[in-house]
Design a protein around this ligand. Sequence first.
Ligand SMILES: Cc1ncc(COP(=O)(O)O)c(C=O)c1O
Length: 412
Amino acid sequence: MQHPLDRLAAGLAASPLVRHLEGFFRDHPDLHMKDMTLEEAGPGRRVKLAGRWVVNFGSDSFLGLDRDPRVLAAVRDGLDHWGSHNGSSRAFSSVESNVRAEEKIAAWLGAESALIYPSVTLANLGALPALLTRQDAVVTDQYAHNSVQQGVKLAKASGVKTGQFAHNDPADLDRALKSLRPYRSALVAVDGVYSMTGTLAALVELRDVAAANDAVLYVDDAHGTGVLGSRGRGTVLDALGNYDNTVVVGSLSKAVSCFGGFVACPERVRFLLKLRSAPLIFGGPVPPPYLDAVCAAVDILDSADGDELRAALGRNMTRFCGGARGRGLPVIGGVGAIASVLVGDEAATLRAGRAVFDRGFYVQSVIFPAVPHHGGLLRVQVNANHQPTEIDALVGVLADVLDQHHPLPRVA
Ligand SMILES: Cc1ncc(COP(=O)(O)O)c(C=O)c1O
């Protein structure tokens, strides 16, 4: 008789997603670049990855704060002061740094309050089910981040009505909300910046439809935090002018270069989230040294220094997009820190990503399920501390590689 754990593994191996991915790894053993080891980091964005020194265009640390002496000093001082962890759920107690970091984030964003989770994934898994009951409904953009979709699945398991609408399509949002009526309350969950393409949510149009249907807008702004909007406050305030009827989720692990995620919302909602959010009650918090580092990073982001870093990032992104488009590459996004070069075919995407790596640059080769089938792309994360020469060289390599491996219908 088969051992139960072997039977379990065999059952999982037969699932469509695992078969698809294992098939890819088998058919293209030299191409896929997953699960690699980062062996050395620095200076700048140079890294030794899987045995090769490359310039890293796959870092979410968009402003280079992971190397800022003020952020590093805060982590060190935090370690000396608090130790490596306080080892208690926030349901019992929060270190003072946690309270201070939340106050700082709220003040920076101009929101009433903020609540920190150990990651954006846990914020979405914690907040979405906690904000809804079986009398309520939630609809998501079809391309909203996986962690938003997983949060919605948890809500659905407790009886919340769920639906989806076509990407960034206000008319389809209206249809989706109406199809779920009657509901007591509803959420419309979207990303502020779509992480695979770098494109923005149509926040004004979606907010208007949400408001017309008595629904609250829920924006996962992980990639907007620190980068977009005045003083890096993200996409929401700039687009909508206020946080009325909006819950915002932000990241502390990307441009902020620390660790965690947060929900910015009215104080009353924050209180309810603390009572109802399972990951906060039954899980541990962000380690205190990283909360001290969040305070230091937010001080930088909310200052002229932060403006300079965002300007440097903007210059680098303009250089990349201008150069790539000048070489006829089909580039999308490019508003914040993410621009993607469309390839389409999945094997061609992996081949191109590998060839770019072999020539000294790391960009992420993105294929299904992160993007739709045949929607493969090379995702370029531009950072403020990339050198202009590195950006120009990447553009040259991308153009050569795509000419060689996957001649594209070039944009005139
Ligand atoms: C839109 C969005 N939400 C959530 C996450 C997950 O964030 P975390 O790593 O903090 O869980 C990401 C990660 O890239 C993201 O792009």
